[in-house]
Design a protein. Sequence first.
Length: 564
Amino acid sequence: MAESENKPTNFIRMKIDEDRSSGKTTQVHTRFPPEPNGYLHIGHAKSICLNFGIANDYQGVCNLRFDDTNPSKEEQEYVESIQEDVKWLGFSWSGEPHFASDYFEKLYEFAQTLIRKGKAYVCHLNAAEVREYRGTLTEPGRNSPYRDRSVDENLDLFQRMRAGEFKDGACLLRAKIDMASPIIQLRDPALYRIRKVHHHRTGDKWCIYPMYDFTHCLSDSLESITHSLCTLEFENHRPLYDWILEQLEVTCHPQQIEFARLNLSNTVMSKRKLLMLVEDGFVSGWDDPRMPTISGMRRRGYTPESIREFCERIGVAKADSMVDISLLEFCVREDLNKTSPRVMAVLDPIKLTITNYPEDQVEEIDAAYFQDDKDWGSRKVPFSRHLLIERADFRDEAHKKWYRLAPGKEVRLKFAYYVTCDEVIRDEAGEVVELRCSYDPATKGGWSEDGRKVKGTLHWVSEAHALRAEVREFEPLFLDDNPGANKDQAFTEHVNPNSLTKSLAARVEPSLATAEPGMRVQFERQGYYCLDARDSTAENLIFNRTVTLRDSWAKIEKKINAPG
């Protein structure tokens, strides 16, 4: 049985199954065609998982193709980052990466063919005039005064466009279809425009570049793509996609199928807006852990498995919708819970001195990375007279349900002993600076020999042995669920000023001295963290919080599915 038969069906798979059953398709061939004008984001991850996933499930082929037809916004840096992201997500493409620029000569020949067939012409209307002549949704357009030029004149003008005789914007090649068409995309759309810009691959060889709609369908055909999967905004472009291929009578006519793009709450999914965040200094770069880019999520500690699971869970639909970011966090948390070793870190330390513990004694306590799974092994954690615990784990006055530390209250130090708070030391301003406690030597390992129980268990580090660390905490980058919805308001007005906070006084256990950049761990009782792969050094450990321990999406699901 094919792997695809084990997958939940959807309208795309149903169409592919139909084409295979009818014999129209023998081998499924898809493609992922990003523009190299920015870094990929979580929305692209959905398309990657769909295109490469379907090819894998049907034992087919998926191409990686760069739509590099707008050289003014494209860079080799983006090409390299896109390849890295696809590989990191766990996919590989067929052969070498493809580029639309690979086909520039063939596309030029195709354009000449349309001119010879009387289906394209060179137009000298400027951009504003083209819009005026196009008409509206309720009014037909008007023919360009240059529409009825002869074939020979159009061929000559097009060749002169290529030769660089005209300035940018002086003219363009347009398809000759129907200015009265109810489908605005068929009202003589542009096929080529003049751009005297250096191209990152072809240099200065070309000064005219094909438009997306012309390039995409023909690149699909040249690569023998069977199913061209596009996001929903290209649905209105499908008639033009088919018209171009029909007029040129190509041997391979792919089927374009549209699906809803991913919209994620509290973020934006426009590369133009993401670039603005980078250039205007709202974030530190494309890989800032607050960004919805794949590189940002990788740096934050998200796993490729969790992103693939998220894309599987949201499925494929025909209508746009907003996905709550809590679902993505749930998928990340679910994966990290199974794979991240547990270690101890104190983010806001307060000193705890065990007054009846020998001053010079240091114990090496064996602490399991996974308490319920010994296969993960353990590490040695030093325990001494002077410890650090979280400031939030102490209260002067404790109510009945306070199970952490307070004057006269006994708690368990994880892996170690029971301690009781005997004295609170304050500075001149009244701030608590030290807790003096006594320990019970008979509770080694965190369990009492006389059977008494305590409800509170605290994490800790030895003051003399702990490593200094900077811990970066994150909130959503935007305060609004849909920051781009209000057209009268700049989306940057919704940027969360508290999206990044830093704990500069944090201390972590010494086992993390050998942690590799990108390592993911769970800080006991704190959350999941990742050693920053860009800024962290052996002398300056920097951890990014990947996700909290709180399972918010599970609570949402429980509420949604509750009876009544």
